[in-house]
Design a protein around this ligand. Structure first.
Ligand SMILES: [Ca+2]
Length: 404
């Protein structure tokens, strides 16, 4: 081949290699992340119940229990079936009594810093609520212009919270937090890990699951008590955005879901003292595209997730279904999803079926056509499933029951 011919062949080869790159659209980046597309329009929630077929051959009926909520975030059931619902930015606690939303918010909630994804977060009842009447709230507490994280405890008097006080606070973490009581009667508190290295820093409370007594004090048998450089509140570390926390009904272990960045949402089983990897080990990509982790998706010394999502479903909320009214789902794990593959308007409810060894067998996406941002999922005392949808103008509580 002549040198001109060779150059021509090289140019053609270069053109083939470069053409697809040159044709690639450029995506605007803001604050280090691609600006999301408009996404799919979210249709208004229907007034009438909807019946869906599901993969296990069980038809379900989905209906709206309450709507018009402002970014509702979490749901707790009182023993009589009434519900307490948090509204994030407004910092309101709402009561659904006898199936109807009470117009006035519940009194006694502390002032929150309700900016962006911050505000009033989780609400849980004390495990011996009948005796103590204690309700716990996690929220972003204002420290001047900064937001910290606090857990408040108050007594439910039937219509309001009284004797409310903070039993825990930190300036290490703002933003999201879930609460759950363990089988050991301890209160577990999740904190936001963010993008820096704080989740791997044992002297910081960011990116951790904390283990506290019901009065906020540190139990002496926590895994890092007495260890130099470690905060004694820490139960597990290396978490990014732990948005779901629930007690496994059989094993008594706490399970946790956390949102990855662009991919790499995780379902983890929490073990005392373990490190779950963020930000050094992850299945996800960073928002602009490169892989998050230099160490790979799993690495010695870091706990691997039981389940991961790639692409992300933006996990939030976690529940084990233990009831009998939805028999084909007994024992299954339910995880809320707020958007799929970084596309707004693609929320869903995810069901994961495990075998007895907690190995995943099946995964089903439910309620996809509703396109709601499912922020929380809970089982009610009536053995039905309840969802909280995180929308600013028509956030809702939905109920799933058998269709026949
Ligand atoms: Ca992890």
């Amino acid at each position: 081949m002549s040198s001109i011919g060779r150059r021509g062949a090289l140019a053609a080869l270069l053109a083939m290699v470069l053409a697809p790159l040159g044709a690639q659209q450029s995506i605007p980046i803001q604050n280090g992340a691609p600006v999301p597309p408009p996404g799919l329009p979210v249709p208004p929630l229907p007034n009438e119940p909807i019946v869906y077929p599901t993969a296990e051959g069980m038809d379900i009926r989905v209906s709206v229990v309450a709507r018009g909520l402002e970014n509702p975030w979490s749901l707790a059931f009182l023993p009589n079936g009434d519900m307490l619902v948090t509204e994030r930015n407004a910092g309101r606690l709402r009561l659904i009594r006898d199936g109807a939303l009470v117009p006035a918010p519940v009194a006694g909630v502390p002032e929150v810093r309700g900016v962006g994804l911050s505000g009033l977060m989780d609400v849980v009842l004390h495990p011996r609520f009948d005796e103590t009447r204690f309700v716990y709230l996690s929220y972003n507490k204002p420290f001047g212009e900064q937001a910290g994280l606090a857990v408040a405890r108050g007594r439910w008097n039937g219509q309001a919270l009284t004797d409310v006080r903070d039993i825990f606070e930190t300036r290490d973490a703002g933003s999201i937090s879930r609460l759950a009581f363990g089988a050991d009667g301890m209160l577990y508190v999740t904190t936001f890990g963010g993008t820096g290295d704080a989740a791997q820093d044992p002297s910081s409370l960011a990116g951790k699951v904390l283990r506290l007594r019901d009065d906020g004090s540190v139990p002496p048998d926590n895994p890092f008590v007495g260890r130099s450089g470690y905060r004694p509140e820490i139960f597990t570390m290396g978490h990014r955005s732990p948005l779901g926390l629930a007690l496994h009904p059989a094993s008594g272990q706490l399970w946790e879901v956390e949102m990855g960045p662009n991919g790499g949402d995780e379902l983890n089983v929490l073990r005392p003292g373990a490190n779950y990897g963020w930000p050094v080990v992850s299945y996800g990509r960073t928002y602009p595209g490169p892989w998050q982790s230099e160490k790979g998706s799993t690495h010695e010394g870091f706990e691997a997730p039981l389940v991961y999502w790639m692409p992300s479903i933006s996990t939030s909320g976690l529940a084990f279904y233990t009831g009998n009214r939805l028999p084909k789902w007994k024992g299954d794990v339910f995880v809320g999803g707020m958007r799929y593959g970084e596309i707004p308007g693609t929320g869903r409810l995810e069901r994961v079926l495990f075998n007895e060894n907690m190995e995943e067998l099946r995964r089903e996406s439910l309620l996809v056509d509703l396109r709601q941002r499912i922020r929380d999922v809970r089982q009610g005392p009536d053995e039905l499933l309840y969802l909280v949808t995180d929308h600013a103008t028509d956030g809702a509580v939905l109920r799933i029951e058998p269709a026949n």
